[in-house]
Design a protein around this ligand. Sequence first.
Ligand code: GDP
Ligand code: IMO
Ligand code: MG
Length: 437
Amino acid sequence: MSNAVCIGAQWGDEGKGRIVDRLSEQADVVVRFHGGNNAGHTVVVDGVTTILHLVPSGVLHKDKLCVIGPGCVIDPEVLLQEMEMLSARGLLDLGAGAGGPRLVIADQAHVILPFHKRVDKAREAAKGTRKIGTTGRGIGPAYEDKAARRGLRVHDLVEPDRVAEFVRHGVMYANSVLEALDGEVYRGEELEHMIARLREQGQKLKPCVDDAGARIAEAHAAGKRVLFEGAQGALLDLDHGTYPFVTSSNCLAAHASVGSGVGPNLLGRVLAVLKAYSTRVGEGPFPTELTDAQGEALRQKGGEFGATTGRPRRTGWLDLVALKYAVRINGVTDLAITKLDVLAGFGDIKVATAYDVDGVRLKNFPHDVRTLNKVVPVYQTFPGFDGVPERIASLDDLPPAARRYLGFVQESLGVRLSIVGVGPGRGQELVLNDVLA
Ligand code: GDP
Ligand code: IMO
Ligand code: MG
């Protein structure tokens, strides 16, 4: 029995949520290991759409242990809303059944405080045209406070005596930034109200708070299968993505270990989820972007609007240079290609197979955004296809041109193709290999 890590291979929104939902059938424990509610993971079951921002996408299977790991940043207000939504649908027992709550919140995870969100938005506004296009959820400022060693962790949040001290200290720094950016500072009643609310939220979350790493290791030792659910994507990784147009956490598979509190020997296979084309939400380089009518058609047909902010996603062709990089830096063993159905009826399909800069072919995906902004993608064109069935039982059910496209992508990336998505709903995927076998 094995574990697996599921990560995004592009700029996020590859369909990780629906793939994790499917793989959760075989898993016993599902762990989110980084990021916060900048993520929006969509799962569609029997026509009902659920968007999860913090709770792992395994939660729609009632018997799975769901863990929000120490590498995450948690907005207590958003998490409580999500927990209440799941509880109202009978998916989460907040009163906790006999075995305790099946949602575990890592005591070491950091808390996103209201001033983190205000700083995030004020900074973006001040940057004007140089903005990153963040989700405005306070992710960057929360991770900054973590690195500055003044962050409030979940084990502090549940201790009412500690909350005030931490918040007053944090606000001092946030106010200095807000003042410099002409933002609204926190003082008086607003500050006291924030402290009181956080204390309340801490008490509501307390029954779920535990040592996440120990719980995962214990389950693993008992022969349970663990699935690690990444957020965002390789190209948004803080170190390896298109810096500075990235998020503030590490999104790569290796981080599943650090962000969960378990050793890397526990991780198992690495499944990369990629769309059959590319999207990006927010600013930053996007070499294969389509800014024309075809790009708009892809956005409309693919429903490419952010699951977290509702912003239109930028769209473009598949980029094998970026994907080869993602495969290498993640140690990918398996591919899940989603949204193949969206390409049906598009006519010829292009794939970027190389980058040129000033007439010179690049060997690798460049790390410097200035270079990346200059690259000219070299395309290979494939005949389009029509009529992808709503469900498929084997690759033979696909039009030959769709099979050729998948085959080319798989061969170029050099790892096995394990899942193909032909629609958003549970069951609208073909599983070719058992990733958790
Ligand atoms: P995530 O952040 O990686 O979990 O992805 P999102 O949920 O943000 O975005 C993926 C979107 O594509 C969601 O609306 C999914 O319902 C949808 N989706 C996922 N897989 C497929 C697929 O194979 N076909 C189609 N048509 N939609 C899909
Ligand atoms: P999931 O898990 C797509 C993008 C933002 C912005 C940049 C930094 O659903 O794939 P942040 O708020 O994190 O500081 O924003 O990262 N971003 C995402 N884009 N999917 C996501 O998550 C994202 N999470 C952050 O749009 O460009
Ligand atoms: Mg998403």
